[in-house]
Ligand binder design. Structure first.
Ligand code: UD1
Ligand code: CA
Length: 500
Protein backbone atom coordinates (compact mmCIF):
# COMPACT_ATOMS: atom_id res chain seq x y z
CA UNK A 1 0.00 0.00 0.00
CA UNK A 2 1.24 3.43 -0.90
CA UNK A 3 1.42 6.51 1.24
CA UNK A 4 0.90 8.66 -1.86
CA UNK A 5 -2.26 10.70 -1.80
CA UNK A 6 -3.95 11.83 -5.02
CA UNK A 7 -4.34 15.55 -5.52
CA UNK A 8 -7.69 14.73 -7.12
CA UNK A 9 -9.82 11.83 -8.19
CA UNK A 10 -12.08 12.38 -11.20
CA UNK A 11 -15.01 10.03 -11.76
CA UNK A 12 -16.49 10.05 -15.27
CA UNK A 13 -20.26 9.58 -15.09
CA UNK A 14 -21.70 11.74 -17.86
CA UNK A 15 -22.28 8.96 -20.38
CA UNK A 16 -25.76 7.96 -21.43
CA UNK A 17 -25.68 4.23 -20.82
CA UNK A 18 -28.18 3.52 -23.60
CA UNK A 19 -27.56 -0.22 -23.51
CA UNK A 20 -29.12 -0.44 -20.05
CA UNK A 21 -32.49 0.43 -21.68
CA UNK A 22 -33.58 2.11 -18.49
CA UNK A 23 -35.19 5.29 -17.22
CA UNK A 24 -32.65 5.09 -14.38
CA UNK A 25 -29.19 6.45 -15.25
CA UNK A 26 -26.66 3.63 -15.61
CA UNK A 27 -24.47 4.63 -12.68
CA UNK A 28 -27.50 4.62 -10.35
CA UNK A 29 -28.17 0.92 -10.92
CA UNK A 30 -27.08 -1.09 -7.91
CA UNK A 31 -25.22 -4.27 -7.05
CA UNK A 32 -24.30 -5.51 -3.59
CA UNK A 33 -26.42 -2.84 -1.90
CA UNK A 34 -24.74 0.15 -3.53
CA UNK A 35 -25.12 1.97 -6.80
CA UNK A 36 -22.32 1.62 -9.34
CA UNK A 37 -21.38 5.22 -8.60
CA UNK A 38 -21.59 4.50 -4.87
CA UNK A 39 -18.98 1.76 -5.19
CA UNK A 40 -16.65 4.01 -7.17
CA UNK A 41 -17.04 6.96 -4.77
CA UNK A 42 -16.43 4.73 -1.72
CA UNK A 43 -13.25 3.38 -3.33
CA UNK A 44 -12.16 6.89 -4.27
CA UNK A 45 -12.69 8.12 -0.70
CA UNK A 46 -10.54 5.28 0.64
CA UNK A 47 -7.59 6.94 -1.10
CA UNK A 48 -8.16 10.19 0.84
CA UNK A 49 -7.87 12.47 -2.22
CA UNK A 50 -7.56 16.18 -1.60
CA UNK A 51 -10.41 16.77 -4.09
CA UNK A 52 -13.02 14.49 -5.60
CA UNK A 53 -14.96 15.40 -8.75
CA UNK A 54 -17.82 13.64 -10.54
CA UNK A 55 -18.55 14.56 -14.15
CA UNK A 56 -22.27 14.53 -15.01
CA UNK A 57 -24.44 15.28 -18.00
CA UNK A 58 -26.97 12.58 -18.84
CA UNK A 59 -29.83 12.74 -16.26
CA UNK A 60 -27.63 15.33 -14.62
CA UNK A 61 -29.80 16.23 -11.63
CA UNK A 62 -30.40 12.68 -10.45
CA UNK A 63 -26.76 11.68 -10.76
CA UNK A 64 -25.54 14.89 -9.11
CA UNK A 65 -28.02 14.61 -6.24
CA UNK A 66 -27.05 11.00 -5.63
CA UNK A 67 -23.33 11.81 -5.66
CA UNK A 68 -23.83 14.66 -3.18
CA UNK A 69 -26.03 12.55 -0.95
CA UNK A 70 -23.36 9.84 -0.78
CA UNK A 71 -20.52 12.29 -0.37
CA UNK A 72 -21.30 15.94 0.31
CA UNK A 73 -17.66 16.79 -0.37
CA UNK A 74 -17.73 15.95 -4.09
CA UNK A 75 -17.36 18.63 -6.74
CA UNK A 76 -20.04 18.12 -9.39
CA UNK A 77 -18.63 19.05 -12.79
CA UNK A 78 -20.99 19.52 -15.73
CA UNK A 79 -19.91 18.26 -19.11
CA UNK A 80 -21.09 20.44 -22.00
CA UNK A 81 -22.36 19.32 -25.40
CA UNK A 82 -18.87 18.34 -26.61
CA UNK A 83 -18.59 14.57 -26.40
CA UNK A 84 -15.98 12.15 -25.24
CA UNK A 85 -14.03 10.98 -22.23
CA UNK A 86 -11.38 13.64 -22.92
CA UNK A 87 -13.94 16.40 -22.79
CA UNK A 88 -15.35 14.92 -19.59
CA UNK A 89 -11.93 14.93 -17.93
CA UNK A 90 -11.39 18.47 -19.22
CA UNK A 91 -14.63 19.70 -17.66
CA UNK A 92 -13.69 18.10 -14.32
CA UNK A 93 -10.25 19.64 -14.30
CA UNK A 94 -11.69 23.04 -15.21
CA UNK A 95 -14.20 22.82 -12.35
CA UNK A 96 -11.48 21.86 -9.87
CA UNK A 97 -9.01 24.47 -11.20
CA UNK A 98 -11.73 27.05 -10.79
CA UNK A 99 -11.43 26.78 -7.01
CA UNK A 100 -7.68 26.22 -6.95
CA UNK A 101 -5.31 24.88 -9.55
CA UNK A 102 -4.76 21.13 -9.24
CA UNK A 103 -1.16 20.03 -8.93
CA UNK A 104 0.18 16.51 -8.51
CA UNK A 105 -1.23 13.11 -9.34
CA UNK A 106 -4.82 12.90 -10.61
CA UNK A 107 -6.65 9.56 -10.79
CA UNK A 108 -9.31 9.21 -13.46
CA UNK A 109 -11.93 6.48 -12.95
CA UNK A 110 -15.08 5.47 -14.78
CA UNK A 111 -18.35 5.59 -12.84
CA UNK A 112 -19.47 2.25 -14.25
CA UNK A 113 -16.57 0.07 -13.01
CA UNK A 114 -17.79 -1.03 -9.56
CA UNK A 115 -15.34 -3.75 -8.48
CA UNK A 116 -12.17 -1.72 -8.71
CA UNK A 117 -10.62 -1.70 -5.23
CA UNK A 118 -8.56 0.87 -3.40
CA UNK A 119 -5.66 -1.61 -3.10
CA UNK A 120 -5.23 -1.74 -6.87
CA UNK A 121 -5.63 2.03 -7.17
CA UNK A 122 -3.09 2.51 -4.40
CA UNK A 123 -0.65 0.37 -6.37
CA UNK A 124 -1.31 2.37 -9.52
CA UNK A 125 -0.75 5.63 -7.70
CA UNK A 126 2.30 4.30 -5.88
CA UNK A 127 3.94 3.16 -9.11
CA UNK A 128 3.04 6.46 -10.81
CA UNK A 129 4.63 8.54 -8.06
CA UNK A 130 7.64 6.28 -7.45
CA UNK A 131 8.56 6.13 -11.16
CA UNK A 132 7.87 9.84 -11.75
CA UNK A 133 5.54 8.99 -14.65
CA UNK A 134 3.64 11.44 -16.79
CA UNK A 135 0.83 8.89 -17.13
CA UNK A 136 0.30 5.44 -15.67
CA UNK A 137 -2.55 3.48 -17.19
CA UNK A 138 -4.14 0.41 -15.62
CA UNK A 139 -4.35 -2.38 -18.18
CA UNK A 140 -5.35 -6.03 -18.29
CA UNK A 141 -5.29 -8.86 -20.80
CA UNK A 142 -8.55 -10.41 -21.92
CA UNK A 143 -9.45 -13.33 -24.15
CA UNK A 144 -11.81 -11.17 -26.23
CA UNK A 145 -10.59 -7.57 -26.45
CA UNK A 146 -13.30 -6.49 -28.92
CA UNK A 147 -14.76 -3.10 -28.04
CA UNK A 148 -11.88 -1.96 -25.82
CA UNK A 149 -9.08 0.47 -26.48
CA UNK A 150 -5.82 -1.45 -27.15
CA UNK A 151 -2.44 -0.67 -25.61
CA UNK A 152 0.02 -0.15 -28.47
CA UNK A 153 3.66 -0.59 -27.41
CA UNK A 154 6.79 0.39 -29.33
CA UNK A 155 9.68 -1.87 -30.31
CA UNK A 156 11.14 -1.64 -26.81
CA UNK A 157 7.87 -2.50 -25.16
CA UNK A 158 7.11 1.03 -23.92
CA UNK A 159 3.50 2.23 -24.07
CA UNK A 160 3.20 4.35 -27.20
CA UNK A 161 -0.51 5.13 -27.46
CA UNK A 162 -3.99 3.74 -27.02
CA UNK A 163 -6.10 3.02 -30.06
CA UNK A 164 -9.86 2.62 -29.85
CA UNK A 165 -11.41 -0.54 -31.28
CA UNK A 166 -13.20 1.35 -34.02
CA UNK A 167 -10.06 3.20 -35.09
CA UNK A 168 -7.70 0.20 -34.87
CA UNK A 169 -6.01 -1.59 -37.75
CA UNK A 170 -6.50 -5.36 -38.02
CA UNK A 171 -3.01 -5.81 -36.54
CA UNK A 172 -3.85 -3.55 -33.57
CA UNK A 173 -7.13 -5.38 -33.03
CA UNK A 174 -5.14 -8.53 -32.34
CA UNK A 175 -3.56 -6.89 -29.24
CA UNK A 176 -5.06 -8.43 -26.12
CA UNK A 177 -3.81 -5.83 -23.63
CA UNK A 178 -6.64 -3.36 -23.10
CA UNK A 179 -7.18 0.06 -21.57
CA UNK A 180 -9.31 -0.22 -18.42
CA UNK A 181 -10.12 3.51 -18.44
CA UNK A 182 -8.36 3.90 -15.09
CA UNK A 183 -5.35 6.21 -15.09
CA UNK A 184 -3.00 8.23 -12.96
CA UNK A 185 -2.02 11.47 -14.67
CA UNK A 186 0.23 14.26 -13.60
CA UNK A 187 -2.19 17.20 -13.43
CA UNK A 188 -0.06 19.46 -15.65
CA UNK A 189 0.36 16.70 -18.25
CA UNK A 190 -3.37 16.05 -18.28
CA UNK A 191 -4.20 19.75 -18.56
CA UNK A 192 -1.73 20.37 -21.39
CA UNK A 193 -2.69 17.19 -23.21
CA UNK A 194 -6.38 18.03 -23.12
CA UNK A 195 -5.73 21.61 -24.23
CA UNK A 196 -3.66 20.34 -27.12
CA UNK A 197 -6.34 17.83 -28.12
CA UNK A 198 -8.98 20.55 -28.25
CA UNK A 199 -6.86 22.96 -30.26
CA UNK A 200 -8.88 23.52 -33.47
CA UNK A 201 -5.72 23.03 -35.56
CA UNK A 202 -5.08 19.63 -34.02
CA UNK A 203 -8.36 18.06 -35.19
CA UNK A 204 -8.32 15.60 -32.34
CA UNK A 205 -11.88 14.53 -33.02
CA UNK A 206 -11.06 13.01 -36.39
CA UNK A 207 -11.80 9.59 -34.97
CA UNK A 208 -14.63 7.19 -35.72
CA UNK A 209 -16.87 8.65 -32.99
CA UNK A 210 -16.06 12.33 -33.51
CA UNK A 211 -15.27 12.65 -29.81
CA UNK A 212 -12.45 14.02 -27.69
CA UNK A 213 -10.71 10.89 -26.43
CA UNK A 214 -8.96 10.89 -23.07
CA UNK A 215 -6.94 7.99 -24.44
CA UNK A 216 -5.19 10.37 -26.86
CA UNK A 217 -3.52 12.16 -23.95
CA UNK A 218 -1.37 9.06 -23.48
CA UNK A 219 0.55 9.49 -26.75
CA UNK A 220 0.96 13.24 -26.16
CA UNK A 221 2.28 12.67 -22.65
CA UNK A 222 5.40 10.92 -23.89
CA UNK A 223 7.10 14.29 -24.44
CA UNK A 224 6.62 15.08 -20.71
CA UNK A 225 7.92 11.90 -19.13
CA UNK A 226 7.57 8.16 -18.89
CA UNK A 227 4.22 6.62 -19.85
CA UNK A 228 3.80 3.26 -18.23
CA UNK A 229 1.17 0.61 -17.79
CA UNK A 230 0.32 -1.32 -14.66
CA UNK A 231 -1.20 -4.63 -15.60
CA UNK A 232 -3.74 -6.29 -13.32
CA UNK A 233 -4.34 -10.03 -13.64
CA UNK A 234 -7.85 -9.77 -12.23
CA UNK A 235 -10.10 -8.64 -15.11
CA UNK A 236 -13.19 -8.49 -12.84
CA UNK A 237 -11.70 -5.47 -11.09
CA UNK A 238 -11.75 -3.39 -14.25
CA UNK A 239 -14.87 -4.72 -15.93
CA UNK A 240 -17.48 -2.07 -16.69
CA UNK A 241 -21.25 -2.36 -16.73
CA UNK A 242 -22.75 -1.53 -20.10
CA UNK A 243 -25.95 -3.61 -19.99
CA UNK A 244 -28.04 -5.57 -17.52
CA UNK A 245 -26.35 -8.85 -18.34
CA UNK A 246 -23.07 -7.37 -17.13
CA UNK A 247 -24.89 -5.82 -14.16
CA UNK A 248 -26.00 -9.29 -13.07
CA UNK A 249 -22.67 -10.99 -13.67
CA UNK A 250 -20.72 -8.28 -11.82
CA UNK A 251 -23.32 -8.40 -9.04
CA UNK A 252 -22.81 -12.15 -8.70
CA UNK A 253 -19.03 -11.79 -8.72
CA UNK A 254 -19.16 -9.06 -6.08
CA UNK A 255 -21.39 -11.27 -3.92
CA UNK A 256 -19.02 -14.20 -4.38
CA UNK A 257 -16.17 -12.00 -3.13
CA UNK A 258 -18.16 -10.67 -0.16
CA UNK A 259 -19.05 -14.23 0.88
CA UNK A 260 -15.49 -15.45 0.40
CA UNK A 261 -14.19 -12.67 2.68
CA UNK A 262 -16.88 -13.56 5.25
CA UNK A 263 -16.03 -17.25 5.16
CA UNK A 264 -12.32 -16.50 5.57
CA UNK A 265 -13.22 -14.37 8.59
CA UNK A 266 -15.08 -17.25 10.25
CA UNK A 267 -18.64 -17.16 8.91
CA UNK A 268 -20.28 -20.40 7.78
CA UNK A 269 -22.11 -19.95 4.49
CA UNK A 270 -23.82 -23.24 3.77
CA UNK A 271 -24.84 -22.38 0.21
CA UNK A 272 -23.00 -19.43 -1.35
CA UNK A 273 -25.04 -19.87 -4.54
CA UNK A 274 -28.29 -18.81 -2.82
CA UNK A 275 -26.87 -16.40 -0.23
CA UNK A 276 -26.73 -12.67 -1.03
CA UNK A 277 -24.95 -10.24 1.26
CA UNK A 278 -24.53 -6.51 0.62
CA UNK A 279 -21.08 -4.99 0.98
CA UNK A 280 -22.42 -2.88 3.88
CA UNK A 281 -23.46 -5.86 6.05
CA UNK A 282 -21.41 -6.81 9.12
CA UNK A 283 -21.05 -10.46 10.09
CA UNK A 284 -19.28 -11.56 13.27
CA UNK A 285 -17.35 -14.75 13.80
CA UNK A 286 -19.25 -18.04 13.89
CA UNK A 287 -22.35 -16.64 12.29
CA UNK A 288 -24.11 -19.34 10.25
CA UNK A 289 -26.02 -18.41 7.11
CA UNK A 290 -28.30 -21.18 5.88
CA UNK A 291 -29.44 -21.43 2.23
CA UNK A 292 -31.64 -18.73 0.76
CA UNK A 293 -30.55 -15.80 2.94
CA UNK A 294 -30.44 -12.17 1.77
CA UNK A 295 -28.83 -9.58 4.04
CA UNK A 296 -29.12 -5.95 3.05
CA UNK A 297 -28.07 -2.46 4.07
CA UNK A 298 -26.89 -1.84 7.61
CA UNK A 299 -27.71 -5.35 8.80
CA UNK A 300 -25.38 -6.61 11.53
CA UNK A 301 -25.26 -10.19 12.79
CA UNK A 302 -23.49 -10.88 16.08
CA UNK A 303 -21.35 -13.89 16.94
CA UNK A 304 -22.88 -17.33 16.94
CA UNK A 305 -26.22 -16.29 15.46
CA UNK A 306 -27.90 -18.46 12.83
CA UNK A 307 -29.94 -16.93 10.02
CA UNK A 308 -32.07 -18.87 7.57
CA UNK A 309 -33.01 -20.77 5.66
CA UNK A 310 -34.94 -18.41 3.38
CA UNK A 311 -34.68 -15.20 5.36
CA UNK A 312 -34.41 -11.58 4.22
CA UNK A 313 -33.07 -8.98 6.65
CA UNK A 314 -32.68 -5.29 5.82
CA UNK A 315 -31.10 -2.78 8.22
CA UNK A 316 -31.64 -5.32 10.99
CA UNK A 317 -29.50 -6.15 14.02
CA UNK A 318 -29.29 -9.74 15.22
CA UNK A 319 -27.79 -10.39 18.67
CA UNK A 320 -25.36 -13.06 19.78
CA UNK A 321 -26.57 -16.60 19.43
CA UNK A 322 -30.01 -15.60 18.11
CA UNK A 323 -31.86 -17.75 15.61
CA UNK A 324 -33.89 -16.29 12.76
CA UNK A 325 -35.70 -18.91 10.71
CA UNK A 326 -37.58 -18.33 7.41
CA UNK A 327 -38.44 -14.72 8.23
CA UNK A 328 -38.51 -11.19 6.83
CA UNK A 329 -37.33 -8.16 8.77
CA UNK A 330 -36.78 -4.50 8.01
CA UNK A 331 -35.21 -2.04 10.47
CA UNK A 332 -35.68 -4.41 13.39
CA UNK A 333 -33.55 -5.44 16.33
CA UNK A 334 -33.35 -9.03 17.53
CA UNK A 335 -31.76 -9.56 20.93
CA UNK A 336 -29.17 -12.10 21.99
CA UNK A 337 -30.39 -15.70 22.04
CA UNK A 338 -33.80 -14.60 20.79
CA UNK A 339 -35.72 -16.95 18.53
CA UNK A 340 -37.63 -15.66 15.51
CA UNK A 341 -39.71 -17.63 13.04
CA UNK A 342 -40.51 -19.57 11.07
CA UNK A 343 -42.63 -17.15 9.03
CA UNK A 344 -42.24 -14.02 11.13
CA UNK A 345 -42.54 -10.47 9.78
CA UNK A 346 -40.64 -7.80 11.71
CA UNK A 347 -41.31 -4.25 10.60
CA UNK A 348 -39.50 -1.00 11.48
CA UNK A 349 -39.07 -0.49 15.20
CA UNK A 350 -39.63 -4.12 16.16
CA UNK A 351 -37.24 -4.51 19.08
CA UNK A 352 -36.94 -7.94 20.64
CA UNK A 353 -34.96 -8.26 23.87
CA UNK A 354 -32.68 -11.13 24.78
CA UNK A 355 -34.29 -14.57 24.85
CA UNK A 356 -37.53 -13.28 23.38
CA UNK A 357 -39.48 -15.72 21.25
CA UNK A 358 -41.54 -14.52 18.30
CA UNK A 359 -42.98 -17.34 16.29
CA UNK A 360 -44.95 -18.34 13.22
CA UNK A 361 -47.22 -15.87 11.41
CA UNK A 362 -46.50 -13.12 13.88
CA UNK A 363 -46.09 -9.52 12.72
CA UNK A 364 -44.39 -6.98 15.00
CA UNK A 365 -44.14 -3.26 14.27
CA UNK A 366 -42.79 -0.38 16.35
CA UNK A 367 -42.95 -2.47 19.51
CA UNK A 368 -40.66 -3.83 22.17
CA UNK A 369 -40.89 -7.44 23.27
CA UNK A 370 -39.20 -7.83 26.66
CA UNK A 371 -36.59 -10.26 27.82
CA UNK A 372 -37.81 -13.84 27.65
CA UNK A 373 -41.28 -12.73 26.53
CA UNK A 374 -43.16 -14.95 24.09
CA UNK A 375 -45.41 -14.19 21.15
CA UNK A 376 -45.34 -17.66 19.70
CA UNK A 377 -48.22 -17.93 17.20
CA UNK A 378 -50.43 -15.97 14.79
CA UNK A 379 -50.33 -12.49 16.35
CA UNK A 380 -50.13 -8.83 15.42
CA UNK A 381 -48.21 -6.58 17.81
CA UNK A 382 -48.15 -2.90 16.80
CA UNK A 383 -47.16 0.19 18.79
CA UNK A 384 -46.87 -1.89 21.94
CA UNK A 385 -44.56 -2.65 24.78
CA UNK A 386 -44.59 -6.24 25.99
CA UNK A 387 -42.82 -6.66 29.33
CA UNK A 388 -40.22 -9.23 30.28
CA UNK A 389 -41.47 -12.76 30.77
CA UNK A 390 -44.95 -12.06 29.42
CA UNK A 391 -46.83 -14.39 27.13
CA UNK A 392 -49.24 -13.47 24.37
CA UNK A 393 -51.19 -16.60 23.43
CA UNK A 394 -52.02 -17.78 19.94
CA UNK A 395 -53.94 -15.28 17.87
CA UNK A 396 -53.60 -12.26 20.19
CA UNK A 397 -54.12 -9.05 18.25
CA UNK A 398 -53.08 -5.62 19.40
CA UNK A 399 -55.65 -3.30 17.84
CA UNK A 400 -53.47 -0.20 17.60
CA UNK A 401 -55.41 1.72 14.98
CA UNK A 402 -58.89 3.14 15.48
CA UNK A 403 -59.20 4.28 11.90
CA UNK A 404 -57.93 7.77 12.72
CA UNK A 405 -54.91 7.48 14.93
CA UNK A 406 -52.42 4.93 16.21
CA UNK A 407 -52.44 4.33 19.96
CA UNK A 408 -50.06 2.54 22.26
CA UNK A 409 -50.54 -0.59 24.33
CA UNK A 410 -48.49 -1.59 27.33
CA UNK A 411 -48.40 -5.16 28.57
CA UNK A 412 -46.41 -5.29 31.81
CA UNK A 413 -43.90 -7.85 32.97
CA UNK A 414 -44.98 -11.46 33.53
CA UNK A 415 -48.47 -10.83 32.21
CA UNK A 416 -50.46 -13.55 30.47
CA UNK A 417 -52.81 -12.79 27.60
CA UNK A 418 -54.96 -15.75 26.60
CA UNK A 419 -55.40 -16.94 23.04
CA UNK A 420 -57.51 -15.02 20.56
CA UNK A 421 -57.74 -11.91 22.70
CA UNK A 422 -57.89 -8.43 21.24
CA UNK A 423 -56.11 -5.65 23.14
CA UNK A 424 -57.72 -2.40 22.03
CA UNK A 425 -55.31 0.56 22.33
CA UNK A 426 -54.75 2.77 24.23
CA UNK A 427 -54.48 0.17 26.93
CA UNK A 428 -52.43 -0.88 29.92
CA UNK A 429 -52.31 -4.49 31.05
CA UNK A 430 -50.29 -4.31 34.25
CA UNK A 431 -47.55 -6.57 35.62
CA UNK A 432 -48.70 -10.04 36.57
CA UNK A 433 -52.18 -9.51 35.08
CA UNK A 434 -54.13 -12.23 33.25
CA UNK A 435 -56.50 -11.85 30.32
CA UNK A 436 -58.82 -14.79 29.68
CA UNK A 437 -58.76 -16.37 26.23
CA UNK A 438 -61.13 -14.86 23.70
CA UNK A 439 -61.51 -11.50 25.46
CA UNK A 440 -61.74 -8.12 23.81
CA UNK A 441 -60.04 -5.82 26.31
CA UNK A 442 -60.80 -2.10 26.17
CA UNK A 443 -60.12 -1.05 29.76
CA UNK A 444 -56.88 -1.19 31.74
CA UNK A 445 -56.18 -4.36 33.71
CA UNK A 446 -54.74 -3.88 37.22
CA UNK A 447 -51.66 -5.77 38.51
CA UNK A 448 -52.48 -9.37 39.26
CA UNK A 449 -56.12 -9.06 38.11
CA UNK A 450 -57.91 -11.43 35.74
CA UNK A 451 -59.84 -9.71 32.96
CA UNK A 452 -62.55 -11.75 31.25
CA UNK A 453 -64.72 -10.35 28.53
CA UNK A 454 -66.95 -13.08 27.10
CA UNK A 455 -70.63 -14.05 27.02
CA UNK A 456 -71.53 -16.85 29.44
CA UNK A 457 -71.43 -20.26 27.78
CA UNK A 458 -74.82 -21.95 27.55
CA UNK A 459 -75.27 -25.73 27.15
CA UNK A 460 -78.54 -27.36 26.08
CA UNK A 461 -78.45 -31.00 27.23
CA UNK A 462 -79.96 -33.66 24.97
CA UNK A 463 -80.36 -31.24 22.04
CA UNK A 464 -78.94 -33.68 19.45
CA UNK A 465 -81.08 -36.61 20.64
CA UNK A 466 -84.25 -34.46 20.36
CA UNK A 467 -83.52 -32.59 17.13
CA UNK A 468 -81.43 -35.10 15.16
CA UNK A 469 -82.58 -38.56 16.27
CA UNK A 470 -81.26 -41.53 14.32
CA UNK A 471 -78.29 -39.67 12.91
CA UNK A 472 -74.57 -40.49 13.33
CA UNK A 473 -74.30 -37.52 15.69
CA UNK A 474 -76.98 -38.92 17.91
CA UNK A 475 -75.38 -42.38 17.82
CA UNK A 476 -71.97 -40.94 18.78
CA UNK A 477 -73.49 -38.95 21.63
CA UNK A 478 -75.38 -41.94 22.94
CA UNK A 479 -72.28 -44.16 22.80
CA UNK A 480 -70.19 -41.52 24.60
CA UNK A 481 -72.82 -41.05 27.30
CA UNK A 482 -72.88 -44.83 27.88
CA UNK A 483 -69.07 -45.07 28.02
CA UNK A 484 -68.94 -42.07 30.32
CA UNK A 485 -71.29 -43.79 32.80
CA UNK A 486 -69.04 -46.88 32.68
CA UNK A 487 -65.89 -44.84 33.35
CA UNK A 488 -67.54 -42.91 36.18
CA UNK A 489 -68.21 -46.27 37.80
CA UNK A 490 -64.45 -46.95 37.47
CA UNK A 491 -63.61 -43.68 39.29
CA UNK A 492 -62.72 -41.37 36.34
CA UNK A 493 -62.91 -37.63 36.99
CA UNK A 494 -65.40 -37.15 34.16
CA UNK A 495 -63.75 -34.13 32.53
CA UNK A 496 -63.60 -36.06 29.27
CA UNK A 497 -59.89 -35.99 28.57
CA UNK A 498 -56.53 -34.35 29.04
CA UNK A 499 -56.93 -30.58 29.58
CA UNK A 500 -53.34 -29.74 30.36
C1 UD1 B 1 -13.44 3.69 -22.89
C2 UD1 B 1 -12.03 3.93 -23.43
C3 UD1 B 1 -11.45 2.60 -23.90
C4 UD1 B 1 -11.44 1.61 -22.77
C5 UD1 B 1 -12.85 1.44 -22.21
C6 UD1 B 1 -12.80 0.59 -20.97
C7 UD1 B 1 -12.01 6.18 -24.42
C8 UD1 B 1 -12.05 6.96 -25.65
N1 UD1 B 1 -12.10 4.86 -24.54
O1 UD1 B 1 -14.26 3.26 -23.95
O2 UD1 B 1 -10.11 2.80 -24.36
O3 UD1 B 1 -10.97 0.35 -23.23
O4 UD1 B 1 -13.39 2.74 -21.83
O5 UD1 B 1 -14.07 0.31 -20.49
O6 UD1 B 1 -11.87 6.75 -23.35
N2 UD1 B 1 -18.10 9.39 -20.25
C9 UD1 B 1 -18.32 10.71 -19.92
N3 UD1 B 1 -18.52 11.61 -20.93
C10 UD1 B 1 -18.51 11.25 -22.22
C11 UD1 B 1 -18.28 9.89 -22.55
C12 UD1 B 1 -18.07 8.99 -21.54
O7 UD1 B 1 -18.35 11.06 -18.74
O8 UD1 B 1 -18.69 12.13 -23.06
C13 UD1 B 1 -17.90 8.43 -19.16
C14 UD1 B 1 -18.94 7.34 -19.15
O9 UD1 B 1 -20.04 7.71 -18.34
C15 UD1 B 1 -18.18 6.17 -18.57
C16 UD1 B 1 -16.75 6.41 -19.02
O10 UD1 B 1 -16.67 7.78 -19.36
O11 UD1 B 1 -18.23 6.17 -17.16
C17 UD1 B 1 -16.34 5.54 -20.21
O12 UD1 B 1 -17.18 5.87 -21.29
P1 UD1 B 1 -17.65 4.80 -22.35
O13 UD1 B 1 -18.50 5.44 -23.35
O14 UD1 B 1 -18.19 3.60 -21.65
O15 UD1 B 1 -16.23 4.44 -23.04
P2 UD1 B 1 -15.89 3.15 -23.85
O16 UD1 B 1 -16.37 3.27 -25.23
O17 UD1 B 1 -16.27 1.96 -23.09
CA1 CA C 1 -17.61 1.47 -21.09
Amino acid sequence: MTTARPAAVVVLAAGEGTRMRSTTPKVLHAIGGRTLLGHVLATARDLAPERLAVVVRHDRDRVAAHALELDPGVVVADQDEVKGTGRAAWCALAALDDASRVEGPVLVLAGDVPLLDSGTLGELLGAHVADGNAVTVLTTRVADPAGYGRIVRDGEGHVERIVEDRDASPGERAIDEINTSVYAFDAAVLRQGLEHLQDPDFAATSNAQGEVYLTDVVALARTHGPVRALETDDPWLVEGVNDRVQLASLGAELNRRVLEDAMRAGVTVVDPATTWVDVTVELAQDVTLLPGVQLHGATRIAAGATVGPDTTLTDTEVGEGAEVVRSHAFAARIGASAHVGPFTYLRPGADLAADAHVGGFVEVKNSTVGEGAKVPHLSYVGDAEVGAGSNLGAGVIVANYDGVSKNRTRVGAHAFVGSNSVLVAPLDVADGAFVAAGSTITRDVQPGALAVERAQQKSVPGWVARRLPGTRWAAAAEAAAGAGRGEDADGSDGTGGDQA
